[in-house]
Design a protein around this ligand. Structure first.
Ligand code: SF4
Ligand code: SF4
Length: 174
């Protein structure tokens, strides 16, 4: 074959083929999923993956691309990402994995698939406006007093109302 006969390789298309991939792509944060070329650098970089064989970010992206909607949404795997973004630093295709997994969590949460451990955290915040029940200590109260800040945390009621309105009633997000 002469030099002129060497055909150029067709451009690789990373367009997601499944409906689920397209759905994730439409979700805020999920836009970059089509760029993944399945090289595996993310899995090699991920601290969570180094702790458990269950979690493989490349594989999770692959499942989304292949349209394994039910399997992904009912699994706790998208919730295991710590959003450390180390994988994103190393991904040659600039895939924003942590945001993609956030997008997947959004879809899962809307459909009622929140792992128990996270649901209990949400319930806690809704109950008293604090992530950690006993986080408001005497020390914090003294600090607030020293700083001239209000130590009366009645404002939590308003915060809880806003959270409920924004995330749990489908109402106006303002
Ligand atoms: S490093 Fe990037 S391109 Fe490679 S598998 Fe992970 S997300 Fe895909
Ligand atoms: S952002 Fe998530 S997937 Fe990426 S390295 Fe960190 S924990 Fe792993």
């Amino acid at each position: 074959m002469t030099k002129n006969e060497v055909k150029e390789k067709p451009a690789v298309s990373h367009t997601p083929s499944s409906d689920f991939a397209k759905e994730v792509e439409q979700e805020y944060g999920g836009e970059g999923i089509m760029k993944c070329i399945q090289c595996g650098m993310c899995t090699a970089s991920c601290m969570v993956a180094s702790m458990t064989d269950r979690y493989r970010p490349r594989q999770l992206i692959q499942k989304i691309l292949l349209g394994k909607r039910e399997e992904v949404l009912t699994s706790d795997l998208p919730w295991l990402c710590m959003t450390c973004r180390l994988c994103e630093e190393r991904c040659q295709e600039d895939v924003n994995l942590s945001e993609i997994f956030h997008a997947v969590r959004e879809i899962a949460a809307r459909e009622g698939h929140i792992p128990k451990v996270f649901q209990s955290t949400v319930d806690q915040v809704l109950e008293d406006g604090w992530l950690l029940k006993d986080a408001y200590s005497d020390f914090i109260e003294e600090d607030r007093e020293d700083l001239g800040l209000d130590t009366d945390l009645n404002w939590n009621d308003e915060f809880v109302k806003k959270v409920k309105k924004r995330y749990f009633s489908g109402g106006n997000k303002k």
